[in-house]
Design a protein around this ligand. Structure first.
Ligand code: NAD
Length: 497
């Protein structure tokens, strides 16, 4: 019998009373690894009540102690790095190298959270008026929640709860129902690091569970990462219930290839950025925009992509793994066949890919299209598979117009040897994260993660200082002290922003 995925509620790992269970499968074999429950209403209420109670004492814990918890957690995560990567690789299908990267990028955020005292420093000005000083304090909000996608089950939960908790909040994590085993292990290690009861809770489920969190009066802030339609739903519902919401959504990232770029660099980077992790990255390059004569490189790109072979997570020769589910694979297959029907030229078709020894895996081979127009589904929809679409334009200006007309704005890159072209692109492009001769420009945690347009809804981007600011409130205290005042005098005013 498959094991039931436990939930962390009020400091204890508990089996859900829910009868509704979701299969967690190995996407390379369809073997059922576990069954994830859909948390019951009572379980969600219990978790929120516990988090609310824990907040009262957790917010009073000195900031250096909260930082030390993060140091211990960082140490444990490093110690269990490969074990976590193995759990992650099994339930997502990612190659082991890729899975290790997923865990590592999360550890970097925990390191940032260990720096919480500096991130929470306020500001002061003496003598704003004669004898009156003003100071601003950064204070935690209360119970925060995080709803995370399947594609980075270590990194993305770790974007959220360590920063929120280090800042003095308590947190309810609702990870993706497709790969809940990695987040559960992350939470186990957090408890082992010494997190007090109630500070972190983990609930499982899907839409109904999320909706209860979005509308609950005791939840103050919601972090979400996932697809565009769900991101819009989260943003609309959360803000309609007057909560602070930060929703990171889908993407369609363009790489602009100038004819003066280094061809070898372009091709090898483009192959990895488009098909790495089977294209299931919000920062994957899914559109290659060839400017002028660089389009002559498309046949070589095709040849290099054709070499890629997906495989099982522990196969060191596998370029990438399977798609997360049969449903995801069928969706990409549909988009590929619709693209052909719409008149796009398919140079490589990975729809019917097989991997010896794994007949039931959700495999897709590398797929390449050219002669694609902006009206086609291949261009408009986020495919989230190993599919690269080539567009051809005559000038950098035309490339910029194309990218800026896209409703998404998560990431983009330009490959060129011209400083002027790079500077112009960086300045003009309406995208949050720009790489210059770097294919996937994901910033390290001390910078914000800054999707634009339809790739981000809300305010205050995640990570680093901005991430902490999302989970905190600023309180400005203006005070006048009299010579004989032992305590705050009657002229002290407090403005809550
Ligand atoms: P998803 O939107 O299907 O699910 C994300 C989370 O929302 C899951 O926890 C899921 O249980 C929950 N959910 C699903 N449907 C819901 C609904 N109707 N109401 C409320 N909650 C619901 O996303 P996914 O398929 O797990 O992840 C892939 C998507 O995430 C891609 O679109 C990708 O671009 C995006 N993503 C974005 C970023 C970013 O930083 N912008 C990073 C990683 C992934």
């Amino acid at each position: 019998m498959s094991k039931i995925v436990l939930q962390l509620i009020d400091g204890q790992w508990r089996e859900s009373h829910s009868k509704e269970l979701i299969e967690v499968t190995d996407p390379a074999t369809q073997q059922v690894l576990a069954l994830a429950p859909k948390a019951t209403h009572e379980e969600i209420e219990m978790a929120i009540a516990s988090a609310k109670l824990a907040f009262l004492s957790w917010r009073e814990v000195p900031v250096s102690e909260r930082a030390r918890l993060m140091l211990r957690y960082q140490h444990l995560l490093k110690e269990h790095h490969d074990e976590l990567a193995e759990i992650l690789a099994q339930e997502t299908g990612k190659t082991f190298a890729d899975a290790k990267g997923d865990v590592w990028r999360g550890i970097e955020v925990v390191e940032q959270a260990a720096n919480i005292a500096s991130l929470m420093m306020g500001e002061t000005v003496e003598n704003v008026a004669r004898g009156i000083d003003t100071a601003s304090w950064i204070q935690p909000l209360g119970v925060c929640t995080g709803i995370t996608p399947f594609n980075f089950p270590a990194m993305i939960p770790l974007w959220m709860f360590p920063l929120a908790i280090a800042a003095g909040n308590t947190f309810i994590l609702k990870p993706s129902e497709q790969d809940p085993l990695t987040p559960n292990r992350l939470a186990e290690l957090f408890i082992e690091a010494g997190a007090p009861k109630g500070v972190l809770q983990v609930l499982h489920g899907g839409r109904e569970q999320v909706d209860t969190l979005l509308t609950h009066p005791d939840i103050r802030a919601i972090s979400f990462v996932g697809s565009v339609p769900v991101g819009q739903h989260i943003y609309r519902t959360g803000t309609a219930h007057l909560k602070r919401v930060q929703a990171f959504a889908g993407a369609k990232n363009h790489m602009v290839i100038m004819p003066d770029a280094n061809k070898e660099q372009v091709l090898s980077n483009l192959v990895g950025a488009s098909c790495g992790a089977a294209g299931q990255r919000c920062m994957a390059i899914s559109v290659a925009v060839f400017v002028g004569a660089s389009k002559d490189w498309i046949p070589e790109l095709q040849a290099q992509l054709a070499e890629l072979q997906p495989g099982y997570w522990n196969d060191p020769h596998a370029a990438y793994g399977p798609l997360i589910s049969q449903h995801a694979k069928q969706r990409v297959q549909r988009l590929i066949s619709e693209g052909k029907a719409e008149g796009a030229e398919c140079l490589l078709d990975g729809s019917h890919c097989t991997v010896p020894g794994y007949p039931n895996g959700n495999w897709l081979g590398p797929t390449l299209f050219r002669a694609v127009t902006t009206k086609m589904g291949l261009y408009r929809e986020e495919i989230f598979g190993p599919v690269l679409v080539c567009m051809e334009v005559d000038s950098l200006e035309e490339a910029i117009l194309l990218v800026n007309a896209s409703p998404y704005g998560n990431g983009t890159s330009i490959f060129t040897s011209s400083g002027g072209a790079a500077r112009h692109y960086q300045h003009e492009v309406e995208v949050g994260q720009v790489g210059i001769n770097v294919p996937v420009p994901v910033p390290l945690p001390f910078f914000s993660f800054t999707g634009w347009k339809g790739s981000f809804y809300g305010d205050l981007h995640a990570y680093g200082k901005q991430g902490v600011r999302f989970y905190t409130e600023t309180k400005t205290v203006t005070s006048r002290w009299f010579d004989d005042s032992a305590v705050v005098g009657p002229n002290m005013t407090i403005h809550l922003k």
